[in-house]
Ligand binder design. Structure first.
Ligand code: SF4
Length: 306
């Protein structure tokens, strides 16, 4: 099947200069480079400016309720492990109302890629403080400085159990594209924290703010990939330390990757041979004349506890 990640007949509904444009470009380039047919991608987005991205990419997927894109994505991946599942949402959506699901995805190590649009504000609803905005910061959209302490997405993902944890910048499109491709190739839960400007409501985290501060984690100085069990503790501890770095210098790149942890699909396959052989979406449910072939009686019997 010919592959195209571009939709050319839609009006892109973001403000001029928004970091979302860079993320959209990088995602389209990553999907084209990965060369899967459009029907093999499933993108799940939440509510917010970022959630609109699914309408601008040629793939299947669902624009979800607020904070609920991750459980929907987990369901799709478990039903059809052949899908390349991507979750796209803002820090307000995924680290606010959706934070429980964000943590659960890491604990399970489900094979999906979470793209976190990190701009510190709820842009769609006029710029209220979102979970990554530091306490004491007053953007032009706030009447008073932010009263809440901010979450650190990198540290949260590491402690939740994500096995691929990285940070990128929306205006460095090639670097971002490379990390999206690596996240998609990773077997397990991947978080990509994408720093982006919201020029309409956040006049603090701007291009001028990030420009002189960002630096890349690169070999030989930095290597976050765990290749053997004895490296696990040291690389994890170093990644946690690095996650706390935020100020005059802000690191971007791959903090941590560990494919020695079994994915959720692997864990279920070990427990249920039938799942390993034929996951739900790949099972026939009716004959060609429409006769239903499913019989749940044995399954229901196996789940009876009294
Ligand atoms: Fe982008 Fe902010 Fe405009 Fe939303 S409000 S489209 S995040 S610039």
């Amino acid at each position: 099947m010919a592959f195209s990640s571009f939709k050319t007949d839609v009006w892109v509904d973001w403000c001029p200069g928004c970091g979302d444009f860079g993320i959209l470009s990088a995602l389209q380039m990553a999907m084209a480079e990965y060369k899967k047919p459009a029907s093999d991608y499933a993108i799940f987005s939440g509510i917010g400016c970022s959630g609109k991205i699914i309408h601008y990419v040629n793939s299947t997927g669902i624009h979800n309720l607020h904070g609920r894109s991750i459980p929907m994505a987990i369901g799709a991946k478990l039903a059809n492990p052949r899908l390349e599942v991507i979750v796209a949402g803002g820090d307000g959506d995924m680290l606010g109302i959706g934070v429980g699901h964000f943590v659960s995805a890491g604990r399970r190590n489900v094979d999906l890629s979470v793209l976190l649009f990190d701009n510190g504000v709820y842009g769609l609803t006029k710029g209220q403080a979102a979970p990554t905005l530091p306490r004491g910061i007053k953007t032009k959209s706030l009447s008073e400085p932010n009263i809440d302490t901010n979450l650190n997405p990198i540290a949260l993902a590491l402690t939740a159990g994500y096995t691929f944890v990285a940070r990128a910048y929306a205006y460095d499109i090639k670097f971002l594209k490379d990390l999206i491709v690596r996240a998609m190739k990773h077997r397990g839960s991947a978080l990509l924290d994408i720093l982006q400007a919201c020029p309409t409501y956040n006049d603090i985290n701007t291009k001028e703010f990030y420009g002189p501060r960002l630096y890349k984690l690169e070999e030989p100085e930095w290597d976050g990939v765990v290749r053997k069990p004895e490296e696990w503790n040291e690389k994890y501890s170093k990644a946690i330390q690095k996650a706390l770095e935020w100020g005059d210098k802000i690191p971007v790149g791959l903090f941590y990757q560990n494919e020695l942890v079994p994915s959720y699909e692997d864990r279920i396959s070990q427990r249920l041979t039938a799942y390993a052989e034929r996951p739900p979406a790949l099972q026939a449910i009716s004959t060609s004349d429409g006769t239903i072939m499913t019989d749940l009686s044995e399954l229901l019997k196996s789940k009876r506890v009294i």
